[in-house]
Design a binder for this molecule. Structure first.
Ligand SMILES: *[C@@H]1O[C@H](CO)[C@@H](O)[C@H](O)[C@H]1NC(C)=O
Ligand SMILES: *[C@@H]1O[C@H](CO)[C@@H](O)[C@H](O)[C@H]1NC(C)=O
Ligand SMILES: *[C@@H]1O[C@H](CO)[C@@H](O)[C@H](O)[C@H]1NC(C)=O
Ligand SMILES: *[C@@H]1O[C@H](CO)[C@@H](O)[C@H](O)[C@H]1NC(C)=O
Ligand SMILES: *[C@@H]1O[C@H](CO)[C@@H](O)[C@H](O)[C@H]1NC(C)=O
Length: 336
């Protein structure tokens, strides 16, 4: 019992220390001085620093389990910083003390499970890519106060929800990718803080989304691309298509029954809904009428609809429809 207590005390002590200014272990980074330079080795000791303006610093395949306050301390120009496959499990607030504007910060193939408030605080960066980690928990404030931020990629993680509180004082985020995660719903106002002055690109394919709140897209401007492929959607909210244009909508491999009528006044330029075997025939015919009177790129689910009045089967397949004469039971009887 005393042993157990002792272990507990020691463990707490260690985690307390790791939360402070920690020293980065000895590492070798790969540095590309210019876009077309040969890679050179950069020796890292104590903290991650540069000695000159550079284009790209890659730290890969080594051991860097923690980043603490000021672990990255860069005052020279740098365009890309990538930290890949280094066993990074923990990033403390203000880990990145980088003065110039960074084009891309990429952290991938690490056992990182959370993004805490303040991790990117003070950074001026255009794109943050934290794809291919194990992120399941993100503090609401994690992406706050980064006015330079335009693109956020969080694909291939274990994210269960997006928060309407994301991107406070980060008003320029226009591209958000969260594909291959564990989203099951989109809450009201989910994207309310995204960019208003340019069309937004949202990639939410390969999740388990079955429920989109009626006001999920509240206060968003035009949407250039909305990808919802590979989810579990039966319906889309009517409001999605009201007061905005959605140029390209992809919703392949879902369980859609129909589109709301608001779609037919939405200015959509391409519409893909392959592999929605549940789609209803009357609604499919409305879609057909809509795309044939407008000039819209279409990808239909493979469904055959019977039109008894006109005695035809309408075959919907890929981007085409065919009409085949309906073989009526009476005809079959005469043939037999
Ligand atoms: C923490 O790191 C920064 C930057 O390397 C340094 O200036 C500061 O003195 C350190 N603080 C402590 C308490 O070690
Ligand atoms: C960088 O280090 C690696 C292994 O430590 C070595 O194989 C390589 O030759 C070094 N490259 C340069 C440009 O020094
Ligand atoms: C890291 O490891 C991967 C996979 O083994 C390899 O493809 C890559 O070239 C390595 N990168 C560096 C900078 O060592
Ligand atoms: C669309 O815009 C009109 C006019 O500004 C407004 O009255 C209406 O509430 C808006 N509808 C939605 C769903 O935002
Ligand atoms: C239909 O798809 C085929 C193959 O993907 C393409 O070549 C053709 O132009 C498309 N037709 C229309 C009308 O979009």
């Amino acid at each position: 019992m005393y042993t157990a207590l002792l272990i507990l005390v020691v463990t707490c002590g260690v985690s307390f220390l790791s939360a402070q200014n920690c020293s980065v272990p000895s590492l070798t980074g790969t540095l590309y001085q210019k876009v077309d330079s040969e890679p050179q080795n950069l020796t890292i000791e104590g903290s991650i620093q540069l000695e000159d303006d550079s284009f790209y610093l890659l730290i890969a395949n080594q051991s860097l389990p923690h980043l603490c306050r000021n672990s990255v301390n860069i005052q020279y120009e740098l365009y890309v910083l990538q930290i890949r496959n280094v066993g990074l499990a923990d990033i403390q607030p203000r880990a990145f003390n980088i003065t110039p504007t960074l084009g891309l910060l990429k952290i991938s193939y690490n056992p990182l499970t959370s993004l805490k408030k303040g991790v990117f605080q003070g950074l001026r960066v255009k794109e943050i890519d934290c794809s291919n980690n194990f992120i399941s928990s993100i503090d609401e404030e994690a992406f706050d106060g980064i006015p330079t931020l335009e693109v956020l990629r969080l694909s291939y993680n274990a994210i269960k929800q997006v928060s309407p509180e994301w991107f406070k004082n980060s008003p320029n985020v226009y591209k958000l990718s969260i594909i291959f995660n564990e989203l099951t719903s989109l809450p009201a106002r989910a994207f309310q803080n995204m960019a208003k002055d340019r069309p937004v690109k949202l990639r939410l394919s390969a999740n388990r989304i079955q429920d989109i709140d009626d006001d999920a897209f509240f206060s968003m401007g035009n949407i250039e691309i909305l990808r919802l492929n590979g989810n579990k959607l039966a319906t889309l909210p009517e409001n999605l298509f009201v007061n905005r244009t959605i140029r390209h909508l992809e919703i392949n491999t879902n369980k859609l029954l129909c589109f709301p009528d608001t779609l037919f006044h939405s200015g959509v330029a391409s519409l893909a809904f392959l592999d929605n075997p549940t789609f209803k025939c009357p609604c499919l015919e409305k879609v057909r009428h809509f795309v044939e009177t407008q000039n819209i790129y279409i990808w239909y689910p493979a469904i055959i609809c019977e039109d008894r009045a006109r005695e035809v089967n309408i075959v919907f397949n890929h981007n085409k429809t065919y009409e085949l004469p309906l073989i009526l039971p009476s005809t079959e009887a005469t043939l037999g």
